[in-house]
Structures are given as C-alpha cells and as structure tokens.
Write a protein that binds this ligand. Structure first.
Ligand SMILES: Nc1ncnc2c1ncn2[C@@H]1O[C@H](COP(=O)(O)OP(=O)(O)OP(=O)(O)O)[C@@H](O)[C@H]1O
Length: 747
C-alpha cells in the first residue's frame, strides 16, 4: 500500500490527527445523548433531573421520616431546612450529597405521589409502621413492589422517580415551566459547547491533514524531479515526456488528495464506529440487528460499485497521459499544423483522446453518483425499521422517546462510518494506481549513471582533451539498426575535427556518445585515454562544452542563459537600472527571474563568450542588453540568434573540448566564418569537434571524419579526402565551386 508507506514518514502528524479525531468522536458521540436528555428530561420531565427535589412538602417530609432508616433521616435533616412556610428547601450540604439523597428520597416521593388507588395501600403501610407493627425497610420494599416500578428499564424507573419529584416540586409551589426552561438552556448550552469543540477539532484535523498531504506531494515532486533529471535520453523515451508530466502533476495530486481524505474521513470511521457501538450497547441492544442489516447492505453496494469502478481508474490515468501527449504534440507543432492545414486532423485526434477520457470519467462518476442515493435509501430504511420496532418498545414503556432518538442517531453514525470505510475501497485502488506510476519512475534504474567504482579526478590536464572512438558500435534502445558500426577515429588535443556525412549517417550519435547521453553497445569512447563509462558523469561533462543541434534556451535573461543558470521564472526580466554600461545592468537582477547573482558575477566571461559566438552585437542591440528577457524555449529570439546564445553558453564554461552538433547550419556564411575565426583566435588549444552539413564549415579542419550509414568511410584533411574518399568527394562536389575546392582555405 503506497499511501501507507508515504504516511509512515509522517507518523507524528498521523498520531496527532488520531488523537484529535478521538476527541472529535467523543464530542460527536455525546450529542445524541444530549438530544435524548433534552427530550426525556427537559421536555418530558419538565427539566427535573433529580429524585431529591429543590423543595419538599411537609407531608412528604413526614412520610420520609416514617419510611427512612435513621442514617437516611440524618441525611435528610442535613439536606433540607424548613423555610417557615411549610416547605423544606434543599441546602448546599444536601446538593453535595445528592446521589445518596436521590436514592433515599426517590422511593418515598413515588409513594407520596402514587395514584389514588395505590395511595390507600401506602397509607395502610405507613400506619402499620407508625404503629410499630411493620419494619420501615420492609415497608419501603413492599410499597415499591406494589407500584411495579422495579425491574423495568432503568431509564423508565428513573422517569417514574423524576415525575414524582416534579409533582413534589409543584406541590411545594415551584413552577415547572421555570425548571424546564432552566434545564433546556443549561443542557442546550453544554451541548453547543460540545458542538463547538467538535468543530474546532475538525478544523485542526483538516489543517494537519492538509499540511501532511501537501508535504507528501512536495516530497514526491522533489524526488520525481531529481530522478527524472538523472534520466538518460533512453530513460525519458521509455516513459514518454507526456507520461512523466502526468505522473509528476496529476498522479501526485491524486496521492495528495487521497492522503487528506484518508486522514480526515477514513481514519475517523473506525473511531466513530467503535464509539457508536459502545453507545448503542449502553442504550438498548434489542434493535442492533437493524444496524447489522444496514451495514451488510452498505458493504454489498460498496463491493458491487468497486468491482465496476476500480478497473476504470487505472485506465483513466493512461487516458490522461494520452490527452497530454496529443495536446503537447499539437501545441508544440502548432505552426506546422497551421501551415499544412492539419487542424481538422489534429482536432479529430484530440477529440478521440478526450472523448475516451470523458467516457471513462462519466462511467465512474455515474457509478459513484448512484452510490449516495443508495446509501441514503439504506439509512432511511434503517431509520424506519428502528422507528417501527422502537415505537413498540416506547409503547410498552421499556424505552423512552429520547433514548429511541439517540439510538437512531448512533445507528446512523455506525452505518455512516462503515460507508466511510467503504470509501477506502475506492480511495486505495485509485491512489495505488497513482502511487505505482510514481514508483515506476522513482525505482527506474537509470541506464546511464556513475559506476560504483567511478574514477574521481580522472582529468587533471588543462590542455585540450583527446577524444578517441575505438571500434564503437551503437544501436538506439528502440531500434534494431545500428546507428554507428565499428567506428574508430581520434580527435587530438587542441585540433579541430569535423564530422561530415549525409543525414542519418550517425553524426549526432557521435556527440551523444561523447557526452554519454547513451552508452556504447560495443567498443569504447575514451577521453584522455579513459573510458567515459569509468569516470564520473559530472566530471566528464565538465570537460565538455556542448552545443546541441536544436538550441534550447530557458526562461530568464541573456546573461543567465549564457552563464548556464536556469532562473526558473517566466516573468519579465528586471528593468535595468541607470548605469553607464547597459551590459552591467544585469547586476541589478538580484531577486527576480533575471540573471542569478553568479551570472552577474560572471558577466565578463559571459560577454567574452558572446563576442566569440557573434552574439554580443545583437544582445547589446536589445533593450536591456544582457538583462533582456528570454522567453521559455527562446521563442522570442530568432533561430540563428538562439543558436549563437547556445554556442556562447558552451564557450562560457572552461571546457577542454567543444562539441558542436551541426550548430553552424542556422548561421549565415559570414557569421559562420567569423565565429570559426574567433574560435581559432580565442580558444586555441581547445579540442573542437564540429558536426557539419556544409563542407565550407569543415574545409580547414585538421581532420575530417566522413560517416556513411554509421561507418567511418574516410578520415583525413580536405585535400586528402578529395583524393581518396568517394563519399566526401560527392558531398564536396555538390556544395563547392571548383575554385573553392582548389583553394582549400575558405572563409
Ligand atoms: N533517439 C533515437 N532513437 C532511435 N533511433 C535514432 C534516435 N536518434 C537517431 N536515431 C537513428 O540513428 C541514426 C543516426 O542518427 P543521427 O541523429 O546520429 O544522424 P545524423 O547524421 O546526425 O543526422 P542529421 O544530419 O540529419 O542530424 C538515424 O538512422 C536515426 O534514425
């Protein structure tokens, strides 16, 4: 159970919630008892709570003197004082000993206010006691048996005693209206206190549960993000980007919602059920079978619904993935969709995915919508049954109306708590699906990772790196055709090595293998003579400056993009403050999505890199200069500008080898030439690996590697290859004029 394993990390919060819920249950379960008291004591007994009334008539006092034991008489003497008008008033001392007083006076008052027929017999017994022919204890028992008050439901006996006490009060001249109102206000007030306490506890539970849910969501997002950033290209492909996004958002949200629900409702249910059962056991057990029947119905409905709905939940997450995938593809490729008039087709594709999701959601919603009315039917049915059987008991005098109302309330509490437990059947599978999907990502073995015995400090040279491909073969994970076959070549330190070949010949693959985005299938890639699989990834990549084929920029500023710091913000860049050099305005971006402090500190390096990459002039020309805003994905700069910023980013780090993956093709010839000149001047000593389509770009390279269908078909200078490499000659002839080819040096 994934949800429980997430919760186990928040034990203290769960224990706190449990304690709060117990408190809430105590308050909630007290309420039906108060209702019962309001009806049975407040309304039926006019608020008379005690057998020993506040006021006693002289007649009853006299009767008590006859029937009570000497100890009880002494108690009575302490408890009541004559007020001089023929009425005895309860003293504070009497109130303090109320329980004993109730026991003593209850039977006496029942005798005093017995119906006329029985009263005659009482008088006879009293006379006998007075005459000394009957023992007082025995007389009391006899009279109580005659009244038939013993043996009945204790609450009924109590009711009889209280009504006698009420009659006594009236006889003593006390208004029962006042007693009733005082009782109703007092008990109602206490009841309201319990309601408020229950509400306050419920709010506290809600707060702690929401916090726990939010923390679990936050932690999972964090873990997932960390994991995904460690993924290789192949790992990402194995899940699909859309699915990773759904898992990181929708699935985690599911877990978060379910956690709150579990803590607030499902944890409360067993507490409430047990408490309700205890209360029912104390009220009356003869109608418990109705509660059992209702629970059985609730569980049966729950099981049927679960069988229908749970399989759909799993399907639903997959359908959300699909909707995300189609939407993402359509939005990313919107210009192409428009240009080729594919709106209708894309719309239909999206509708299909969306409709499938809608159908599944509708099915589950309908099934769940059916649940509530069915449950209400079960509960109402149970209420009617309890009323029907309970009224007989009320009629027979074995239960009071208020107690019946309390019984119904407790029965509903028990049934409701089983209903909530039944919800667990829906909640858990759903969160299980989401949890499994998240777990799949978290436990996915990253295909390219540091080896346990990875070498640290493998690179200590400051010179250009030596890169060697030794009999490298490589096949992409989802492909059966090798992208590289037995490729061998060396890029010497400080030299420029170009890689050229037709499309799909494996040029980008070469760069990917050096950066270790993938691991070779056979052979080895060596940097400074060390197999790249044996060194730490971070160390390897620190040696390399990489410019991808499709330049990607992050939201932030020009400076933060070149400095390689992702700002994460997508708001506008800070407005540059006044300053002599607009470049340095980047310094002002301290806390916004502008350049991070490091980017500002690195500004000279950033500007130098931008100058080499031929990006300085156009950045300067922009309002805000290096602090000017770059939109997400670099959508507010041109393709060529984007490429130059990406080149500057690679140059800004102190790399020992620069890998350009077809990075010059988006540049015009002049910029391309100027960039290569600047590179030769300012980055001398750094190994350059240039993947290119244009022969003009590679003409002056120290070494050109020609690839054809993944095989190295030629290695040499332009002149050598023109002599002895057919594939190179064909490419060159298709691109260069005779002059250019003869001249060799080209700019
Ligand atoms: N992620 C991938 N999964 C499966 N096959 C791939 C993947 N990337 C590339 N390939 C295949 O590997 C082969 C070499 O691709 P690569 O991108 O290295 O070619 P390239 O020479 O850089 O092409 P271009 O000049 O068009 O960029 C191609 O046949 C391509 O279809």
């Amino acid at each position: 159970m994934k949800l429980f394993s997430y919760l186990s990390r928040h034990r203290i919060a769960v224990l706190l919630i449990f304690a709060l819920l117990v408190g809430q249950a105590i308050c909630d379960l007290a309420l039906p008892r108060f209702t019962s008291d309001l009806v049975d004591v407040g309304i039926v007994q006019s608020g008379v709570e005690h057998a020993a009334p506040e006021a006693l008539t002289a007649d009853s006092r006299e009767l008590a003197d006859v029937l009570l034991s000497p100890d009880e008489r002494a108690l009575l003497d302490r408890a009541y004082r004559a007020d001089g008008q023929g009425v005895y008033r309860l003293t504070d001392e009497g109130r303090a000993e109320r329980a004993a007083l109730d026991d003593a006076l209850g039977p006496v008052l029942m005798l005093a206010h017995a119906p006329a027929a029985q009263r005659q017999r009482v008088d006879q017994v009293v006379d006998q006691v007075r005459a000394g022919s009957l023992d007082a204890d025995r007389a009391r028992l006899m009279v109580r048996q005659d009244l038939g008050a013993s043996g009945a439901d204790p609450s009924i006996e109590r009711a009889a005693v209280l009504s006698a006490a009420g009659a006594e009060l009236q006889a003593a001249g006390v208004s029962l209206d006042d007693t009733r109102m005082a009782y109703l206000l007092r008990t109602g007030g206490v009841m309201m206190g319990f309601v408020l306490a229950s509400g306050a506890l419920s709010v506290l539970v809600g707060l702690v549960a929401a916090r726990t849910g939010a923390r679990i969501g936050h932690d999972l997002r964090q873990q997932l993000f960390e994991r995904v950033t460690a993924f290789s290209e192949a790992d990402v492909q194995s899940f699909s980007v859309a699915s990773l996004i759904t898992r990181g958002t929708n699935d985690i949200q599911q877990i978060q919602n379910m956690t709150v629900m579990l803590l607030r409702m499902v944890l409360y249910a067993p507490i409430l059920a047990v408490g309700g059962m205890i209360m029912v056991a104390r009220t009356d057990l003869s109608l418990s079978w109705i509660i059992g029947l209702a629970i059985a119905c609730v569980l049966a409905v729950g099981v049927v619904l679960m069988a229908l709905v749970v399989p759909r939940f799993k399907l639903m997450q997959k359908l959300i993935d699909r909707v995300n995938l189609v939407a993402r593809e359509m939005i990313t490729g919107l210009p192409v969709v428009r240009a080729f008039g594919r709106q209708g087709h894309e719309q239909a594709r999206f509708d299909e995915a969306s409709a499938a999701l809608m159908r599944t959601q509708l099915f589950t919603s309908r099934a769940l919508a059916f649940m509530m009315p069915t449950m209400m039917l079960v509960m109402s049915g149970a209420t009617v049954l309890i009323m029907a059987f309970g009224s007989e008991a009320v009629d027979a005098g074995s239960i009071q109306p208020g107690s019946l109302i309390a019984f119904i309330s407790y029965a509903m509490v028990i049934v409701m708590s089983f209903l909530m437990l039944g919800m667990l059947g829906f909640v858990l599978p759903r969160s299980q699906v989401a949890g499994t999907r998240i777990d799949e990502v978290l436990s996915h073995a990253v295909s390219v990772a540091d080896a346990p015995d990875a070498l640290a400090g493998a690179f200590c040279s400051q010179e250009g790196a030596r890169i060697e491909f030794r009999n490298v073969s490589f096949t992409y994970p989802d492909s059966d055709r090798p992208a590289l076959r037995d490729a061998s070549f060396v890029a010497e330190p400080g030299s420029t090595t170009a890689i050229i070949g037709s499309t799909g010949s494996g040029k980008s693959t070469v760069i990917s293998l050096i950066e270790r985005f993938y691991d070779v299938s056979e052979g080895a890639v060596l940097v400074d003579g060390v197999d790249v699989r044996r060194v730490r990834l971070s160390e390897l990549r620190a040696q390399l400056g990489y410019v991808p084929q499709r330049a990607y920029l992050f939201s932030g500023t020009m400076a933060s993009n070149i400095a390689g710091q992702v700002s994460g913000g997508d708001g506008p860049a800070p407005v540059p403050g006044p300053g002599p050099d607009p470049d340095l305005d980047a310094d002002s971006g301290g806390d916004g999505p502008g350049p991070a402090p490091d980017a500002a500190a690195d500004l000279p390096r950033v500007r130098e890199a931008a100058r080499i990459a031929q990006a300085h002039d156009f950045i300067q020309a922009r309002e805000g200069g290096y602090a000017s805003e770059v939109a997400q994905g670099g959508s507010n700069v041109s393709g060529g500008q984007r490429q130059r910023i990406a080149i500057a980013r690679a140059l800004a780090r102190d790399a020992r080898a620069l890998l350009f993956d077809d990075s010059f093709s988006a540049l015009d010839y002049r910029t391309d030439a100027a960039l290569r000149r600047a590179l030769a001047d300012r980055r001398a000593g750094v190994t350059l690996l240039i993947v290119a389509q244009r022969v003009a770009t590679v003409l002056n390279a120290d070494r050109i590697v020609v690839l054809d269908e993944g095989r190295v078909v030629g290695v040499g200078t332009h002149a050598q290859l023109m002599e002895d490499c057919q594939a190179y000659r064909e490419i060159a002839l298709s691109q260069l004029s005779a002059d250019e080819m003869r001249g060799g040096r080209h700019e």
